[in-house]
Design a protein around this ligand. Structure first.
Ligand code: FAD
Length: 503
């Protein structure tokens, strides 16, 4: 093994990894970051995100202190930002995971979220409110809703650039095109280094501790079928092609215990013409997240979920999976002119599968789906919507407004407006996989656990490849937050371990 002077090697260069690297450096370690992707594909899944974070705060005055520090008083006067307290974060996480999220991980995430946002800002990440995606104008004010209201300037690409800039400033080495392939241990199971596959061949790198932060197995079709189930090899991948489960596999190979929801993943409605992996120009705009404003049908013209069951960012993951259960993994979102002006920006890009017609028959014909099925569904749906006076008094897309259907299944529980104002517009989606939920088990110091629930000395983990936090579903904005909270901690503990271990 090459003698190296690195204390901590961080595997991956997405949000979790870069947070780990900066934190390890802050705690005195000499740090190397290894990134399998070439530099022009840098940033992992984190690059493809909107850069939205879910975190605990008490409202606008609070976040203006040390997160939204660039905001003017004028701008602040025009917005309403509801607080997001610890209990609400916890209840939301437990609601969507049906109580299965690991309590310790959940509270570590929740308690660490507010300090981590200030820490990111201190480390150069700039933030703004998520105007385009998480707010509606009501009575002259911009009302934010849904819990994910703050994003990094420049989205995920901006976030990655800010973090890389910080790494450069503090002197962290990064090697692109260098994927970790194997972990080495001594006779006491302590990590002594790792093997990498670099441009010129395999190399061994010695170090005192390793932080695995190299994503899940969403980009590995063989593992998707093995763990998520039949058909998932055919799903599109929304982000990087490089998250092929390497970190998880390397840890399992030295006795780590598999943990969390291995058959679960984050997936969403994604344009049916999108390429197999994420597109660095279109980014997350293949997603189509305004379905609460309309209805979704399959190729038989039948609805299959309650589009208004809850806020979008609490249902979109389950609905992504629901599309995998539809014939040809296909879903059509339908809107009329009462709501098209409210659709998110992603509906207006040129890379969309979109049709428009003055009649429902015309729409179905162009979509090549069942004409009779769609007509019947829309007639029944329209008849089940509340009467106009109730809608006029109560409709509000920024809250759960109880403007719901009666007498149809599935119901539409909120925001149920009849679809009767042509031209009608439709967008066609399939399922796009974001990341997988199963992974490694960590203890309260981010140390990876073996099958006897003992820590593997010198091995730490953060980000997507940690299991136990998300089950079946996921509250939007938690992936980046978890990467930052656990990445920051993993870096600190890996540095502390490197400092105190005797080799
Ligand atoms: C389109 C899209 C939109 C999203 N929007 C949001 C959002 O707005 N808010 C939110 O919270 N979450 C969002 N997410 C989820 C979020 O991206 C992830 O939860 C988070 O970025 C994961 O961070 P990570 O650092 O664990 O992984 P990544 O950012 O994926 O980083 C992992 C890195 O490891 C590298 N790697 C893989 N194998 C190896 C190896 N063997 N050796 C070295 N390097 C390796 C990869 O190349 C990659 O760069 C979104 C995801 C996608 C795809």
């Amino acid at each position: 093994m090459q003698d190296s002077s690195y204390d901590v090697v961080v595997v991956g260069a997405g949000n979790a990894a870069l947070c780990a690297a900066i934190s390890a450096k802050e705690h005195g370690a000499k740090v190397l970051v290894l990134e399998k992707a070439p530099e022009d594909e840098k940033g992992g899944n984190s690059y493809f995100t909107a850069g939205g974070f879910r975190f605990v705060h008490t409202g606008l005055d609070d976040v203006r202190d040390d997160v939204l520090v660039d905001m003017s008083d004028d701008e602040a006067d025009k917005m309403i930002l509801p607080s997001h307290d610890k209990q609400f974060f916890y209840d939301t996480l437990m609601k969507v995971t049906r109580g299965q999220s690991n309590e310790d991980l959940a509270w570590t995430l929740i308690n660490g979220s507010r300090p981590a946002m200030a820490w990111l800002r201190e480390n150069g990440v700039r933030f703004i409110p998520m105007y385009g995606r998480q707010s509606f104008e009501v009575d002259g004010k911009q009302h934010f809703y849904g819990g994910v209201n703050i994003e990094a300037v420049g989205g995920g690409a901006g976030l990655v650039e800010f973090l890389l800039e910080r790494c450069r400033k503090v002197g962290i080495d990064i090697r692109y095109g260098t994927g970790a392939t194997k972990l080495y241990q001594d006779e006491n199971y302590r990590i002594t280094g790792l093997q990498v596959r670099a441009q010129g061949g395999y190399e061994d790198i010695a170090c005192k501790s390793v932080v695995l932060a190299c994503g899940g197995f969403e980009s590995n079709p063989e593992m998707r079928v093995r763990y998520l189930g039949q058909g998932w090899d055919l799903a599109r991948v929304r982000g990087t092609r490089h998250n092929t489960g390497d970190g998880i596999q390397m840890a399992l190979d030295i006795g780590a215990v598999p943990y969390g929801n291995w058959s679960g993943c984050h997936s969403v409605g994604w344009d049916i013409s999108a390429p197999p992996f994420g597109d660095r120009w279109v980014l997350d705009n293949f997603q189509k997240h305004s379905y609460p404003l309309g209805i979704m049908v399959n190729i038989h013209g039948e609805r299959f979920v309650d589009e208004g069951e809850d806020y979008r960012n609490l249902t979109y993951v389950r609905f992504g999976k629901a599309i995998m259960g539809q014939p040809h993994y296909t879903c059509v979102q339908i809107f009329d002119q009462k709501t098209t002006h409210r659709l998110r920006d992603e509906y207006r890009i040129k890379e969309v599968t979109h049709v428009k017609s003055d009649t429902i028959e015309g729409l179905a014909e162009q979509l090549e789906i069942s004409v009779e099925g769609l007509k019947k569904t829309i007639e029944e749906y329209n008849a089940a919507c509340p009467d106009q006076s109730f809608i006029d008094a109560n409709y509000n897309p920024a809250i759960l407004d109880n403007v719901g259907t009666t007498g149809i299944s599935p119901a539409k529980s909120n925001w149920a407006l009849p679809i009767d104002e042509p031209p009608y517009e439709a967008w066609v989606t399939t399922t796009g996989v974001t990341f997988t939920f199963g992974g490694l088990k960590i203890d309260d110091k981010n140390c990876v656990q073996d099958k006897a629930d003992r820590g593997i000395p010198g091995l730490f983990a953060a980000g997507e490849l940690v299991g136990g936090l998300f089950y079946e579903n996921y509250p939007g904005g938690t992936g980046l937050m978890s990467g930052s909270v656990f990445g920051r901690r993993a870096g600190e503990f890996a540095a502390e371990y490197a400092r105190t271990t005797n080799t």
